[in-house]
Design a protein around this ligand. Sequence first.
Ligand code: GLY
Length: 436
Amino acid sequence: MKALLIGGGGREHALALSIIKSGAELITISPNKNPGLARVSKKFYIFQDHDTDFIRGVATRYKPDCIFIGPETPLASGVSDVLISDGFRVFAPSSKAAKLETSKAFLRILMKEKGIEGGVDSASFTDLDKARKYVDAIDYDFVIKPDGLTGGKGVMVQGTHFNSREEGIAVIGKYLGSNYSKILIERKVEGEEFSLQALVFNDTIHFFPIVQDYKRAYEGDSGPNTGGMGSISFSTRGLPFIPPSHITAAQTILRKIVLALAEDGINYTGPIYGQFMSTSEGPKVIEINARMGDPEGINVLSLLNDSIMDVAISIFNRGSVKLSFRDSVSILRYLVPIGYGQDPNPSKILVNEELLISRGLRFFYASVNSRGKYLIQTKSRSLAILSEDNNLEGALAKFRGLEDAIRGDYYMRKDIGNADSITRKRTFMQRLVGLF
Ligand code: GLY
């Protein structure tokens, strides 16, 4: 079997390692010289991951049994549409189905029209004056979201990114005056976030265990939002601070969203992920993404016993699929350039892979380029380090002394998965929703 993989980050490195577990030959198209991907690929092309003509040419030459698309930009720019129309088995949604991610307004309208629970008060605007009137009329704190792809960095939350309503209006004005023609204003909801990922084929959906992404740049969940600084999963045990009933409710919501699309003639194929806020009123949809999360996808793909290639082929063949996972705690921490999230200052780093392996850690190369024995950072995330153990203490212990294995200038949050942060989150949630 052959698989074609598009994308060049940590999530794609995890996808690649899972794909090759099936024995399939891997052909990769990555925008950067990712050493992890290069090493496991039979053919490795460095090319833009949204260049439809180039990708179509590679697919036509190798005739892969399955195509995986990691990031969202190739979906938005029609790469999946072209490959699907050429008759390839593409384990990723069409651009129409991916509108769940590429247009947050589309998602909110769909949920409202079909009466799907888990929504929040939301309105979209293309006009600053109308947005201002709306803000003047609401009596709650709000969140501003551009109606387009933002790489996880465009959402502005009252009390975190801006304080007064006037500051909020200024943010809206800035967005509408630049790349975005539409923004959403949504009620701010309180709680703990979790990511629920799943694999979909038309009306069937298979769920991964939930994960929490640590979005903020600095320790103590401070600083600007980022693509994700790390993530934790307790496999099928859920997360200690999310009520189990909220996971089931979120699964129902995600299933209903996929079925609602199908009802409108849009069949969804491939990974999907809902970012939910667990609140006093149950789970609320923050956003839906038409792909696996990065880093969240790395946690669950690493815990998955089967190869994602075998799973995808089974799904396409309508075979029986039951995702099974190691019952472990997995903690992931991303190494990033200094200043990441604000004003990144890329540098070069040296990774001692043998030392990481000897400590029982796994690693996934992200948006880096290899040059000789060095990794040349870009402005984005560089290397995900994953620790797995059957308990939290064991998983945390493996990170101790990590500095010896990685030389150079970089930043990594050291509080991701810490017992203190987990206890704090559990106490907060029990106060919010009662004991569980
Ligand atoms: N971790 C956030 C994302 O993948 O969008």
